[in-house]
Design a protein around this ligand. Structure first.
Ligand code: B4P
Length: 214
């Protein structure tokens, strides 16, 4: 009899856990230095897992392409390899999240890039009784980044990819202002670094493993 009751309780508990796991939205932060492949991988993950990619870099480039007031403001900073101010970035992000209430989850690509952005993201999600599930960082060394971005600069027309000094400044800004975001989520046991060197498919495989382990 006791064995029977234990079995029933186990089944109910297990069902509840599975149910929660399948209905909870998965929010992933794709992290790493400029040119580490966040945008490249986020698009592939979006297609595989049905998550919605939010790239703050792409959002700014869209605004710049349309010469909006936001775009004109972002242009000043991006062309020098600096970060766009937090208040501008956070407001834009909030609008984008609110515009996709039915998403299965988000892949935040290039956000958060500062501790205040991370705190704002946590607040925004906790207002919805949700949270970041995992931060996955792509590790790539400086010289590889410079090579990749100068190569992309030949065809992208992006001012921030066109000279080595600006690219090195972006790497410095990453180390000073963005890298602490890794530690911020590490204290909650949510950060994981993976090797960002190799073929795009190999890196995609490493990322998929991390996402499926959540
Ligand atoms: P972003 O647009 O976010 O992007 P990124 O740092 O240039 O590159 P990403 O890591 O996405 O690399 P990608 O896949 O493209 O930022 C641009 C600027 O926007 C920032 O400097 C900042 O001014 C502003 N900004 C954005 N978000 C902000 C925020 N939250 N707060 C404040 N300011 C913000 O790959 C790069 C290249 O490498 C590509 O050419 C790709 O083909 C190649 N590549 C990718 N994977 C490869 C691999 N495995 N091997 C070889 N090459 C590879």
């Amino acid at each position: 009899m006791i064995e029977y009751l234990k079995n029933i309780l186990f089944k109910i508990f297990n069902f509840t856990v599975q149910e929660n796991k399948s209905t909870m939205r998965k929010h992933i932060i794709l992290f790493g230095p400029p040119g580490s492949g966040k945008g490249t991988q986020a698009k592939k993950l979006e297609a595989k897992y049905g998550l919605v990619q939010i790239s703050t870099g792409d959002l700014f480039r869209y605004e710049m392409g349309n010469d909006t007031p936001l775009g004109l403001k972002a242009k000043e900073y991006m062309a020098k390899g600096q970060l766009v101010p937090d208040e501008v970035t956070i407001g834009m992000l909030q609008n984008k999240v609110d515009a996709s209430p039915d998403a299965k989850g988000f892949i935040f690509d290039g956000f958060p890039r500062t501790i205040p952005q991370a705190e704002a993201l946590d607040r925004l999600l906790s207002d919805k009784e949700e949270a970041v599930a995992k931060l996955i960082a792509l590790e790539v060394e400086d010289n590889e980044i410079v090579t990749r971005l100068l190569e992309r600069g030949k065809t992208s027309g992006r001012a921030d990819d066109s000279n080595e000094e600006v690219i090195r400044n972006r790497i410095d800004v990453y180390k000073k202002e963005t890298a602490p975001v890794y530690d911020f989520y590490e204290t909650a046991g949510k950060s994981k670094a993976i090797n960002g060197i190799g073929s795009i498919e190999d890196i995609f495989g490493r990322l998929s493993e991390e996402i499926e382990s959540i």
